[in-house]
Design a protein around this ligand. Structure first.
Ligand code: URP
Ligand code: ZN
Ligand code: ZN
Ligand code: ZN
Length: 484
């Protein structure tokens, strides 16, 4: 059964033009005028864009004594409802657990996915087993990205020597290092002081994680990555202090990318001073929301290209789960939702305001992500041969965001009451129409795992595992920046 998307305007990261798109077997097979097919999708008045890719989600993740509430079922349905057709989730080994063992858990959970997906691997501890298994993860499993937590002391945090050893291993495998850049030691100290002074409410979370802890960690990660010769991707870049470090590194020719979240772009720190404890706790995430100056810096980064992608870090907890932190902000599960809202919120606050062009919108919501993560042009493109992951975007369609109507399993929405203009008319996942005018027709299990091979290693192979290695002069990885 062939399908054709007719009468729309194709918008990719580099082009805007009128043409029909012919789909067969889940792929784009032809682009041009007057194409015919078995069924027709009318895109009159709409933009035909690559489906969004969210490079940062935590679905059904064990974290802070509980599990994030959206799983691969509700999470990927929420994604499709908002025009996102691929998510990249974090496989998270508990400290001491093998990487391959953790991946089995993620393989099991993800069988429910309604859209395509991939994994990043988290490095939560360091040892011979992790060193050895990294090779299988990269070469056999097609996972080329590994996240290191510089925060969450006593839980997921890795030390600098571990990070340096891991980064070197990734360099030789041609993989990319990811960091959650916050100085966990300083956060722990500030948190303890705040609690001792009686500051137990959600605003304490923001006070305990000032922009400097993020700026310091970002600078440190950049320097360690440079010494190890590995490209670096800084997740949830929330402030100028971190953005400045990324900007400078890129100017110096380092392969460093920054990922602001839609939440940090559109919500500010005043949310934590709301008198309603639930309201503030629901917005507790790391890093916390910042002030307007930091927001302006993030928008400027997207405009100039010093920041590359927009994600959600979707890690949703119900109000009941958040309430485990009543009386102690350090026990509030960290994370917010956004999968369903990233595309409409970024369009409304970015494209409709003139801050971003439509092509920049596509770049930061899909094309740049696919290029960095190495699944372009299978994903992130409207091209013959690409997967038919497509959103038919209606710039006139409006709604008010409300938890009552969302797909996500949680009982609130951090964007509650926001009016958005620009929504999917259709969302297609590998040619299958999953969303038609707000009606969800997604299929559990339709989603497939997307392998993302390394781009090519240049560093000399390490002869053997080294728990801690002395700095050695190596060139930077030759992974091409792909213009992002
Ligand atoms: O608060 C956050 N960001 N929760 C999710 C886990 C992480 O740090 O990415
Ligand atoms: Zn993180
Ligand atoms: Zn995260
Ligand atoms: Zn299908």
């Amino acid at each position: 059964m062939t399908k054709v998307i007719k009468n729309g305007t194709i918008v990719t990261h580099d082009l805007t033009y009128k043409a029909d798109v012919l789909i067969d077997g889940g792929r784009i097979v032809e682009i041009g005028p007057d194409l015919k097919a078995d069924t027709q999708i009318d895109a009159t008045g709409c933009y035909v864009m690559p489906g969004g890719i969210d490079p940062h989600t935590h679905l059904e993740m064990p974290f802070m004594g509980t599990y994030s509430a959206d799983d691969f079922d509700s999470g990927t349905r929420a994604a499709l409802a908002g025009g996102t057709t691929m998510v990249v989730d974090f496989a998270l080994p508990s400290p001491g657990q093998g990487l391959l063992d953790a991946l089995k858990m993620w393989d099991n959970k993800s069988t429910r996915a309604h859209c395509d997906y991939s994994f990043h691997m988290a490095v939560t501890w360091w040892g011979q087993q992790v060193f050895d298994e990294m090779e299988t993860v990269v070469k056999e499993r097609g996972i080329n990205t590994f996240k290191h937590f510089m925060a969450y002391k006593g839980a997921l945090m890795v030390q600098d020597d571990e990070m340096y050893a891991s980064f070197q291993r990734l360099a030789e495998l041609g993989a990319i290092a990811l960091v959650h850049a916050e100085n966990g030691d300083v956060v722990a100290d500030l948190s303890a002081k705040l609690l001792a002074e009686g500051n137990t409410g959600p605003e304490g979370h923001a006070y305990s994680r000032p922009p400097q802890v993020e700026g310091e960690a970002t600078n440190r990660a950049i320097m360690i990555a440079d010494m190890a010769g590995v490209p670096l991707y800084v997740v949830h870049t929330s402030c100028e202090d971190s953005h400045e470090a990324i900007r400078r590194a890129r100017q110096q020719g380092k392969r460093v990318w920054g990922e602001p979240l839609i939440q940090h772009l559109t919500l500010d720190e005043s949310e934590y001073f709301n008198k309603d404890w639930d309201h503030a706790a629901r917005r507790v995430m790391s890093p916390p929301f910042r002030n307007k100056q930091h927001q302006d810096s993030l928008w400027a980064g997207l405009q100039s290209g010093s920041l590359s992608v927009v994600a959600t870090d979707h890690c949703a907890f119900t109000t009941a789960q958040k309430r485990t932190g009543l009386g102690d902000f350090t026990k509030i599960p960290n994370g917010t939702g956004g999968l369903e809202d990233r595309m409409p919120m970024l369009w409304t606050h970015g494209v409709a305001t003139g801050r971003l062009t439509m092509n920049e919108f596509v770049a930061v919501t899909s094309a740049n992500i696919a290029k960095i993560l190495n699944c372009y042009p299978r994903k992130g493109a409207i091209r013959v041969g690409s997967d038919a992951d497509i959103v038919v975007w209606d710039p006139e369609k409006e709604k008010t965001i409300t938890a009552d109507k969302q797909v996500s399993a949680i009982d609130y929405n951090v964007f509650e009451g926001q009016q958005v203009k620009g929504l999917p008319r259709f969302t297609l996942t590998r040619g299958h129409v999953a969303v038609h005018d707000g009606e969800l027709r997604a299929e559990e299990g339709h989603g497939q795992f997307v392998k993302r091979p390394p781009k090519g290693a240049v560093s000399k192979a390490l002869s053997s595992y080294k728990a801690i290695t002395a700095p050695r002069p190596v060139g930077r990885s030759g992974i091409p920046a792909s213009g992002v």
